[in-house]
Design a protein around this ligand. Structure first.
Ligand SMILES: NC(=O)c1ccc[n+]([C@@H]2O[C@H](COP(=O)([O-])OP(=O)(O)OC[C@H]3O[C@@H](n4cnc5c(N)ncnc54)[C@H](O)[C@@H]3O)[C@@H](O)[C@H]2O)c1
Length: 317
């Protein structure tokens, strides 16, 4: 298949592109600011074309999408940063997604695979204990610390639904928990990278939000889940189209302790402002529906994922 990935040189896009190319697909990564380091980190450009372009430009998206079968749409303004730049974030997150779906419709793309987020839910406390871990049937209440980010994801899911019902364009996607692994620069992924990679490479790191709980998923697992949604037979999708990735819940303090176990010489200082979670994100989320749909159980638990991330950081350093 020919696959276009928007936001293609971010942490998730660059690895998904690599995995798709390794499975014989022809891959084009579209990014506003293509990052050659991200492409190199994932094995170089073999089978992967990188193009500079803006998902807000119909010309850029149309030129990149005109000959592809599937679009993986990842370009988006991340996490709490959206609170500081509401106008620009609304443009990118809402208009950008509409531009990608409209271009896909006009150019006869068969499927768009989109990244939604766990931020469509509220914090764990917004649900009755019996509703936890949250399945896709849970009400979407929006993470209170990133309301525009989460609302944009809900709008993205609704756009995908309307393009499916109105135009017959198949739109499916994932609701990832916070992602960690090599290449995290922005949002919660960037924060996690600074902590994990800093500790692994001998820097002194102060971790705030020590008592906050968070659910984490390794980027390898998210990329694998996306690839499988690209490849899955269209008839496998019935009533549901957006799926939790699932993740491993921990407190930030426990995470730091695990890093210290793996890197005994790590200089990690943990502080706490008493927040129970990170930006109001849910932490108890079930990934079972997606695992059953695509036939893939997440490979990494927190310890093996941290070990892999730390080894990668040390190899790069
Ligand atoms: N990382 C996480 O923890 C996480 C969790 C849940 C959902 N997601 C979603 O997954 C997707 C990918 O996230 P990521 O972590 O890889 O982000 P990232 O920031 O690493 O990558 C996003 C990429 O989009 C590019 N981009 C920004 N504006 C653009 C534009 N106008 N046109 C084209 N490209 C543009 C950036 O240059 C960047 O390379 C996003 O939709 C994000 O909301 C991420």
């Amino acid at each position: 298949m020919r696959v276009l990935v928007t936001g293609g040189t971010g942490i998730i896009g660059s690895l998904s592109g690599r995995k798709l190319a390794d499975r014989g697909h022809r891959v084009r990564l579209l990014d506003l600011a293509p990052d050659p380091v991200a492409v190199a980190r994932n094995g170089g450009g073999d089978g992967v074309e990188v193009v500079a372009g803006d998902v807000l430009s119909f010309g850029d998206v149309g030129a990149a999408a005109r000959d592809v079968d599937v679009v993986v749409h990842l370009a988006y303004s991340l996490g709490e940063a959206t609170n500081r730049r509401p106008y620009a974030a609304t443009q990118l997150n809402v208009q950008g997604t509409a531009t990608v779906l409209e271009a896909a419709r006009l150019f006869g793309v068969h499927r768009v695979v989109l990244a939604s987020s766990i931020a469509v839910y509220g914090s764990d406390g917004a649900y009755a204990p019996a509703e936890l871990p949250l399945t896709e049937d849970a009400a979407t209440r929006l993470a209170p610390g990133m309301p525009l980010y989460g609302a944009g994801k809900l709008y993205l899911e609704q756009l995908a639904r309307v393009y499916r019902t109105t135009h017959g364009l198949l739109g499916v996607g994932i609701r990832p928990s916070p992602v960690y692994g090599p290449g995290g620069v922005r949002g919660v992924s960037g924060w996690l990278s600074r902590v994990i990679e800093g500790a692994a490479t001998g820097r002194t790191v102060t971790v705030d939000r020590g008592d906050a709980r968070i659910s984490l998923v390794h980027v390898e697992d998210v990329a694998e889940q996306l690839v499988r949604l690209v490849e899955l037979d269209a008839t496998a999708f019935t009533d549901r189209h957006f799926f939790n990735t699932g993740g491993d819940a921990t407190t930030v303090r426990e995470l730091a302790a695990l890093v210290r176990e793996i890197v005994p010489e790590a200089r990690l200082e943990v502080t706490s402002d008493g927040q129970p979670d990170v930006a109001g994100l849910a932490t108890r989320v079930s990934g079972r529906a997606l695992a059953d749909l695509v036939g893939y159980q997440r490979r990494y638990d927190l310890e093996s994922g941290l070990r892999a991330h730390i080894a990668a950081a040390r190899a790069t350093a």
